[in-house]
Design a protein around this ligand. Structure first.
Ligand SMILES: NC(=O)c1ccc[n+]([C@@H]2O[C@H](COP(=O)([O-])OP(=O)(O)OC[C@H]3O[C@@H](n4cnc5c(N)ncnc54)[C@H](O)[C@@H]3O)[C@@H](O)[C@H]2O)c1
Length: 250
């Protein structure tokens, strides 16, 4: 098995926190150059600082993935520095937590904007580059909410399900160009996104739905992302893998 990512360049959206930061860390440990693209520049810069003593290199570039113009600028800036991108991880995301009957079209646009359109923007901006180089790995971070549905997260679930459909369709379209597209689906994972809401009581209640009786850690899905980004996973495409303590088994 070869998880060496030396000479590889990766873009990780939402790399300023949580799962994205762990993916950036593992990529850097494997020797990659990582563009940490986050809407909050201080968070991206903090990730780059934290990883500065690892074999690879982390470079923070600000981008709001919901804005195609900003994504174009971020990718152009990345290509100017690195000359190529081999790996794209569409990780930036979050969901609105509301009774659907109380949501508004603005709420739907938040869910679709960051989770679906963010993925479309970054992938669109890099796919022709990857096709031209006959090499590329795209890994989309989704949620078990999109696989089995989650109450009070209807449009988030819809957005993540849409990303899975998009990933499978595009995997069929670009497979002949040496491009692998896969999804890693998360169960509840201890990141700054959810921890403010997880009291000990809530955690005890939540873990009853998890056969492994605990919540996930950000490095756990990140490890699978490194495998999928490596050439050891060269024959895997169009798949969705859950890292979820057994929450769903599909
Ligand atoms: N943590 C969980 O329990 C959980 C469960 C299922 C799925 N997920 C998914 O995992 C992914 C990572 O989540 P996390 O838990 O690490 O969250 P997090 O909040 O810890 O990190 C997300 C990062 O994305 C950045 N971001 C937000 N909007 C952005 C935008 N428009 N453009 C660029 N960057 C943006 C944030 O600034 C933050 O640094 C998301 O796609 C999320 O939907 C998380």
């Amino acid at each position: 098995m070869d998880f060496n990512l030396q000479d590889k360049v990766a873009v990780v959206t939402g790399g300023g926190s949580g799962v994205g930061r762990e993916i950036a860390r593992l990529f850097c440990e494997a020797g990659a150059t990582v563009i940490v693209a986050d809407v909050i520049p201080e968070k991206g810069a903090e990730t780059a600082r934290m990883l500065s003593n690892l074999p690879g290199q982390a470079i923070a570039i600000k981008a709001d993935v919901t804005r195609y113009a900003e994504v174009k600028e971020m990718i152009a800036a990345a290509l100017k520095v690195t000359g190529k991108v081999d790996i794209l991880v569409n990780n930036a995301g979050f969901g609105v937590l509301k009774n659907f009957g109380d949501t508004t079209p603005d709420d739907w646009m938040v869910d679709l904007g960051v989770n679906l359109f963010g993925t479309l923007h970054c992938t669109r901006e890099l796919i022709n580059h990857m096709v031209g180089r006959k090499y590329g790995k795209v890994i989309n971070i989704v949620s078990d909410a999109g696989r089995v549905g989650e109450a009070f997260q209807a449009t988030y679930s819809a957005a993540k399900a849409a990303v899975m459909g998009f990933s499978k369709a595009l995997a069929k379209e670009v497979g002949t160009h040496g491009i692998n597209i896969n999804c890693v689906s998360l169960g509840a994972t201890k990141t700054p996104l959810i921890m403010p809401f997880i009291t000990p009581e809530i955690e005890n209640r939540l873990i009853k739905a998890y056969p492994l009786r605990r919540l996930g850690l950000p490095q756990e899905p990140a490890a699978l992302v490194v495998f999928l980004a490596s050439d050891s996973a060269a024959w895997i495409t169009g798949q969705v893998y859950s890292v979820n303590g057994g929450f769903s088994m599909i």
